[in-house]
Design a protein around this ligand. Structure first.
Ligand SMILES: Cc1cc2nc3c(=O)[nH]c(=O)nc-3n(C[C@H](O)[C@H](O)[C@H](O)COP(=O)(O)OP(=O)(O)OC[C@H]3O[C@@H](n4cnc5c(N)ncnc54)[C@H](O)[C@@H]3O)c2cc1C
Length: 473
């Protein structure tokens, strides 16, 4: 354990089975009873606790009593066994790139998985890794074998366990599904401290509940994920449009044409006005495989195209660079009340236009794009996250950075709530990394029609109800 002073004593209300009732123990009492022989570190210094009470959103702050940085799966088992015996809430944290406290827990224990980040094997087209590894670390390791994870999130700073718990979508999802679709086998530590291996054929109900299941049934400690041959290069065409409708029409055309490896629609405030463009990227090794007429059938502003050539890694790293630049500019610490919706194709124009009309482009801070990721139902085969029934829908991401003023944050959260409800009424779904407060009844709607299935897995694997407090479950 770190030697720094203990934080102010928090009272931890817990159910005491031996006394058949509720009792209160100070955080200090509980920490004193915690196992002391972890391979990693148990941290109770105030700086670590405060950092665990923050995330990319900088809106919600729930402070734990301790943060475990495990160095082994045994550490996670030991801590979960202790938490179960003492009925202490637990939250699992990847790199906390969510925006509304999803990886925090008030007066509980945070298990910070970023310390568990080894590559165990890369063999054939499968990587076996610790769940705290980032997709960037995994990509670098797999590139040494001329392989890449089949689907990368556009930002590589996320962890394997973190995105497998939410979905993990990117510009290649319209062809290859989500990262969850390429998880082959998981090792999960449950809410009772049991280590269970699961896959589509072994303990499949746990496997299905954990993928996209927000860490409600257990902690993914190890994952086998599918790889495929890595291209060497990436050529991106930026295609400009006068408005939303024409941009979406060409996006639909390109989805059907399957001409590009990676597709993403943009609406961005540039010099006080919204600009609409598509970034369409070919991943390739041999130039002969590039589309011979990349603009055939498209209705963009011709002769305004911008073409960029990069290495595949250079392309995959772009958002890491953007985030670093925003941090350098001092905007990283600003609130990010992000809204990430999954919107059926038939509703996207109506909903997106309303969202865009609600934002004054003159007030938009740098690094606040609105993005459209096409997704096809037939490529997405997991139970969670819940998705629309339509064949074509979009990950619609309103990625706003706002000045740290409570009124502005509140305003953005109210708007998020409004558009989330509107989207839900139109048959859409929420990507639950969003800054949207959800009640139990919201979650019930969110996970429908598989809410009961999730509940029964929770009862089985988290009978102490230790996970899920961060999301109000
Ligand atoms: C700049 C930026 C770009 C992004 N780009 C994309 C993108 O292209 N595509 C996309 O899909 N998402 C994207 N995201 C969202 C990202 O996927 C989520 O933030 C997600 O939460 C993963 O981040 P993380 O690994 O830091 O996990 P965290 O945010 O720490 O955790 C996410 C959730 O998973 C749980 N969890 C974490 N690790 C585990 C584990 N090992 N076992 C069980 N539960 C766990 C947490 O308790 C929490 O509920 C982006 C986010 C940012 C900030």
């Amino acid at each position: 354990m770190s030697n720094t002073p203990l934080p102010p004593q928090k009272t931890v209300i817990r159910f005491n089975a031996s006394q058949t009732g509720w009792s209160a123990l100070s955080g200090t009492d509980l920490i004193a009873r915690m196992p002391q022989d972890f391979d990693g570190s148990l941290n109770t210094d105030i700086a670590t606790l405060q950092s665990a009470a923050d995330d990319f959103g900088h809106i919600v702050h729930a402070q734990p009593i301790a943060v475990l940085r495990p160095a082994s799966v045994a550490d996670v088992i030991k801590m979960m066994t202790f938490a179960y015996q003492h009925n202490i809430r637990v939250s699992c944290r990847g790199n906390a790139f969510n925006t509304f406290g999803q990886s925090q827990v008030e007066a509980g224990i945070v298990i910070d998985m970023s310390s568990l980040c080894s590559v165990h094997t890369i063999a054939g087209e499968i990587a076996i890794v610790d769940a705290g590894i980032t997709w960037r670390q995994l990509l670098l390791a797999s590139l040494e074998h001329d392989l890449t994870p089949v689907v990368l999130t556009d930002f590589l700073g996320t962890t394997v366990g973190g995105t497998l718990s939410v979905g993990g979508f990117g510009g290649t999802t319209y062809q290859h599904g989500g990262q969850i679709d390429h998880a082959i086998e998981l090792q999960v530590v449950t809410g009772t401290g049991e280590l269970i291996t699961c896959s589509a054929t072994e303990n499949s109900s746990l496997f299905n509940a954990v993928l996209g299941g927000l860490g409600l049934c257990g902690i993914i400690v190890r994952a086998s994920v599918r790889l495929h041959p890595a291209p060497k290069l990436a050529r991106t065409h930026r295609l400009h449009y006068p408005d939303l409708v024409s941009m979406l029409n060409d996006l639909r055309f390109l989805i059907r044409a399957e001409r590009f490896s990676h597709l993403r629609g943009h609406c961005e405030a540039i010099r006080g006005k919204f600009s609409y463009f598509i970034e369409a990227t070919s991943f390739y090794t041999a130039a002969e495989t590039l589309p011979s007429d990349p603009y055939q059938g498209l209705k963009h502003r011709s002769s305004a195209e911008v073409v960029n050539d990069r290495t595949f890694l250079g392309y995959a790293d772009l958002v890491v660079e953007v985030v670093a630049a925003l941090n350098e500019a001092g905007l990283g610490g600003y609130p990010h009340p992000w809204l990430d919706l999954i919107v059926p194709d038939a509703r996207i124009e109506t909903l997106a236009q309303q969202v865009i009309d609600s934002i004054n482009p003159a007030n938009v801070l740098p690094g606040s794009p609105i993005l459209f990721y096409p997704m096809l139902r037939s490529k997405l085969n997991r139970m969670f996250p819940p998705l629309p029934d339509d064949e074509l829908f979009y990950g619609f991401d309103v990625l706003r950075t706002v000045p740290p003023h409570p009124g502005l944050v509140m305003n953005a959260l109210e708007r998020n709530r409004h558009f989330h409800e509107l989207n839900r009424s139109l048959g859409g779904r929420l990507y639950p990394i969003s800054a949207v407060k959800q009640s139990r009844s919201d979650w019930k709607k969110h996970f429908s029609p598989n809410w009961d299935t999730l509940l029964s897995e929770r009862i089985k694997h988290d009978p102490g109800n230790l996970f899920g407090h961060s999301v109000g479950l």
